[in-house]
Design a protein around this ligand. Structure first.
Ligand code: KIV
Length: 273
């Protein structure tokens, strides 16, 4: 369904995402980690920007998301927020800052909200972190859930393969998703699960379900910006659609610059004082 221009320019809020789901309007979400990229994707009209702990992989060069610290997430989130006018900015609570106990979880979420001015946090897990989510929600901080493949638990899973293919895990995921809606999460990310299961969850919940590798039955989609722009070419899962080949664009631009410098062609007369 289309919306008019004025409506499209309106600030995206958690409430607006629920309205979008009710109107069958799909939600487009991307990650960002810095001011300049956040500004570009906000101006392009993205609905939600996730300051993901995938920063650990694509910004810091780590193999997993586990090394990311709260200070690092706050640094990225603060930069992103400064570049954004319209999108809703959601920040991942990093590994080890909310699983221990609910008071620590609340303290972590409060630091993110106070220091970065972001508008919501995202947390990986279901029943096992319920108390932490509830305490954060009680403080008035919106929480986005994250079920299915939860990269902070990669050492427990031992693989990045599709989750919840077996009935028992699928049932647990459905029950976790319903619980997250019941306690007040405003949306849920479902990562790398069968499309039919994700579609079922989306149809049974009233809050938006955002998929990544979870098929077309979700209320919206999220991708890691570096993957969809073709900056990070070493990662090619089936679910990833590349919208640009920035690695090639950057390679050719940098090679052109190197050649011009070496040949003495840059700067020319009009490029100096
Ligand atoms: O950190 C991240 O980028 C994420 C998305 C993959 C949903 O959690």
């Amino acid at each position: 369904m289309s919306t008019n221009t004025t409506d499209n320019q309106r600030k995206v809020t958690t409430l607006r995402l629920t309205e979008m789901k009710r109107r069958n309007e799909k939600i487009a979400m991307l990650t960002a980690y810095d001011y300049s990229m956040a500004r570009l994707i906000d101006e392009a009209g993205i609905d939600v920007i996730l300051v993901g702990d995938s920063a650990s992989n694509v910004m810091a060069g780590n193999v997993t998301t586990l090394p990311m610290t709260l200070d690092q997430m706050i640094y990225h989130a603060t930069s992103v927020v400064k570049g954004v006018n319209r999108a809703l900015v959601v920040v991942d609570l990093p590994f080890g800052t909310y699983q221990g106990n609910s008071k620590e979880a609340l303290a972590s979420a409060i630091r993110i909200m106070k220091e970065s001015n972001a508008e919501a946090v995202k947390m990986e897990g279901g029943a096992e972190i319920r108390e932490s989510i509830e305490r954060i929600l009680c403080a008035g901080i919106p929480v986005m859930g994250h079920l299915g493949l939860t990269p902070q638990s990669i050492n427990k899973f031992g693989t990045y393969a599709v989750r919840a293919k077996e009935e028992a895990e699928a049932e647990r995921l459905i029950s976790d998703a319903k619980m997250l809606e019941e306690i007040g999460c405003f949306a849920i990310v479902l990562e790398k699960i069968p499309a039919a299961l994700a579609a079922r969850v989306a149809s049974e919940l009233t809050i938006p379900v955002i998929g990544i590798g979870a098929g077309n039955g979700c209320d919206g989609q999220v991708l890691v910006m570096h993957d969809m722009l073709g900056i990070n070419k070493g990662f090619s899962p089936k679910f990833l659609r590349r919208y640009a080949d920035l690695a090639t664009v950057i390679d050719s631009a940098v090679k052109g610059y190197i050649n011009d410098v070496k040949d003495g062609d840059f700067p020319n007369a009009s490029e100096q004082y």
